[in-house]
Design a protein. Structure first.
Length: 302
């Protein structure tokens, strides 16, 4: 099969009576999630008191979430109504590229936010000198540049091959599912992907573990109520978001490398990465971070 053939993902096998309710529910989920993420971006962009390093880094999360939602939901909703899961090769590769870009930028953004909290709690007097606006912009630039280069290199290795199958095991296109369509030897891609997986998930986990260990040590050492309160208020929300995203991503990617993993489990874990973080991020940060919550209420009242 050539590069330009159509590809089909697994069918939903929905009874006819559930097609339109599923479409309406999916469309509502898509629109409300887009709205919540755009609201977070708008609040931070137009609120002067939120022009701080933590919130400037936080903007990266809804941007990545919106990218993933647009890459996944329109095609998915159309396929629900038409019951046709076919997608062109180029569209499939584009969808996979942007979904992986979303995953990479989110995981490194959460790591950068952990570093920001580490400086704020462990070196508060030096915080403004270290986390300058220029430094934050550099963080954001390098996150997107590194992730774009990394994901591009993965897909440059992938497009060398011609696919010989046309049935994707997931509900959307991604690198592991496209690899299963290739009949040639993909050992180089597998090893390269495994190394990148270890560097991204492993590296981000080490950053978060180290920073939170230092934050905990500082809180115990100083034994100040303000330090504990600040750590719980700002770090708790970040840790929940990080654990959710890291867990869903890790289990989904590992499931692809286990040959006997149930297909239904693989589908559920894969879709969870694209649905739960974009829904939970605005809720977690919008409700738990007081400064952001108050500014959201101001804008909604207006």
């Amino acid at each position: 099969m050539t590069h330009y053939g159509s590809i089909a993902s697994v069918t939903l096998n929905l009874p006819s009576m559930f097609i339109y309710p599923a479409f309406i529910f999916g469309l509502f989920t898509f629109l409300i999630t887009i709205f919540c993420n755009v609201l977070i971006i708008a609040v931070i962009a137009f609120s002067k008191d939120l022009q701080k390093p933590m919130f400037l880094l936080l903007v990266n999360l809804p941007i990545g979430d919106i990218l993933a939602l647009i890459a996944f939901f329109p095609q998915f909703l159309i396929s629900i109504v038409t019951q046709n899961r076919s997608i062109t090769y180029n569209a499939c590769m584009s969808q996979a590229f942007f979904i992986h870009l979303y995953g990479c930028t989110n995981i490194f953004t959460l790591s950068a936010m952990a570093y920001d909290r580490f400086i704020a709690i462990c070196a508060p007097l030096r915080y403004n000198a270290i986390m300058t606006p220029q430094k934050v912009i550099q963080f954001i630039f390098w996150i997107w540049f590194f992730c774009f280069s990394l994901i591009l290199s993965v897909f440059m290795l992938l497009v060398r091959f011609k696919i010989c199958r046309n049935k994707i095991v997931d509900l959307y296109c991604n690198n592991p599912s496209i690899m299963k369509l290739i009949c040639d030897n993909t050992a180089v891609n597998n090893y390269y992907g495994l190394v990148m997986l270890i560097l991204t998930l492993g590296g981000s986990s080490l950053v978060v573990i180290y920073t939170y260990a230092q934050i905990l040590f500082t809180c115990i050492k100083t034994n100040q109520v303000d330090a504990w309160h600040k750590a719980i208020q700002t770090c708790g929300t970040h840790l929940v978001a990080f654990l959710f995203f890291q867990t869903f991503t890790m289990f989904s990617l590992v499931a692809h490398r286990i040959q006997n993993a149930p297909t239904s489990l693989r589908k559920i874990l894969g879709v969870s990465i694209l649905i739960f973080p974009p829904i939970l991020d605005p809720i977690i940060y919008g409700l738990k971070v007081q400064e952001l919550r108050l500014n959201i209420l101001k804008i909604l009242v207006r």
